[in-house]
Ligand binder design. Structure first.
Ligand SMILES: [Zn+2]
Ligand SMILES: [Zn+2]
Length: 256
């Protein structure tokens, strides 16, 4: 990820409330279009300018050709609030986050996230690197917004089960079962992405627990009961892959 600074300057008399509202709408739309990543975007008023920092998947993430119509509308609203479009400073490569997938046409892709990740929830099947959402063909009806919301819910469940809280079992079922409400949402989104891009799009099912290693190795696809065990794991994460159901999973982390 690339750490970027956005500097907003007012060109006419305006109010603090109007400026704050316009900046925060723009930040929200950029986030839902995958152009900036994360949940917290501190904004500071310094020497008459508003300054905020964000992680971007690539150096050109905030270029106009990556904007969707909601981002363009937010930029117009910014202008109406008396603020120029932001000046972008590229600060450099951030060390703790993953590098984005190189630009190419992957043969397959996966919806995959975890609570520690700060990146796109869509990964290349070949490189296992996050794919910036704005590189996908544009989609109407707020699909990427739903995808970001799905990612946040998945991460919240993962965080609960990692911390071993009382809601742990419910959280594991949400991220591990193929027909949980979270999985149904994610699989429908994966299906939409596949139809839109023409790229086979898989959904990841988290697996933990189980009786023993051998029963876990013989696990069948939970959706079609087919044989989905891989002879070699992919990316040291996926031991199971069902091409019919577009599902991937790991050998239970208890026996891995
Ligand atoms: Zn790739
Ligand atoms: Zn299956």
């Amino acid at each position: 990820m690339i750490l970027t600074r956005l500097v907003f300057e007012c060109f006419e008399d305006t109010t603090l409330t109007a400026v704050e509202r316009a900046i925060s709408s723009l930040i929200t739309e950029l986030k839902y279009n995958g152009q900036i990543i994360g949940n917290e975007f501190p904004c500071l008023l310094k020497d008459g300018q508003f300054v905020t920092q964000a992680l971007c998947p690539t150096e050109d993430a905030l270029a106009h050709y990556n904007n969707n119509s909601a981002v363009s509308r937010a930029l117009t609203a910014l202008n109406e609030a008396g603020v120029l479009k932001p000046k972008i400073d590229i600060l450099g490569q951030e060390l703790h986050s993953d590098m984005s997938d190189p630009e190419h046409n992957p043969s397959w892709q996966i919806l995959y996230t975890s609570y520690v990740q700060t990146c796109s929830p869509l990964r290349c099947g070949e490189h296992f690197a996050p794919i910036p959402l704005y590189r996908q063909p544009k989609l109407a009806n707020g699909c990427y917004k739903q995808l970001i919301n799905w990612q946040q819910d998945w991460q919240a469940c993962d965080q609960l089960q990692m911390n071993g809280r009382s809601a742990e079992f419910a959280a594991v079922a949400e991220i591990g079962e193929h027909d949980s409400s979270l999985a149904m949402r994610g699989r429908a989104l994966a299906n939409t992405l596949e139809k839109n891009s023409g790229i086979a799009t898989y959904y990841y099912l988290y697996r933990v627990g189980g009786e023993n290693k051998s029963s876990e190795q013989q696990r069948r696809c939970p959706s079609c009961n087919g044989d989905w065990a891989l002879s070699e794991p992919i990316h040291q994460v996926f031991d199971f892959k069902c091409d019919d159901c577009r599902l991937v999973s790991n050998l239970s982390w208890d026996y891995n």
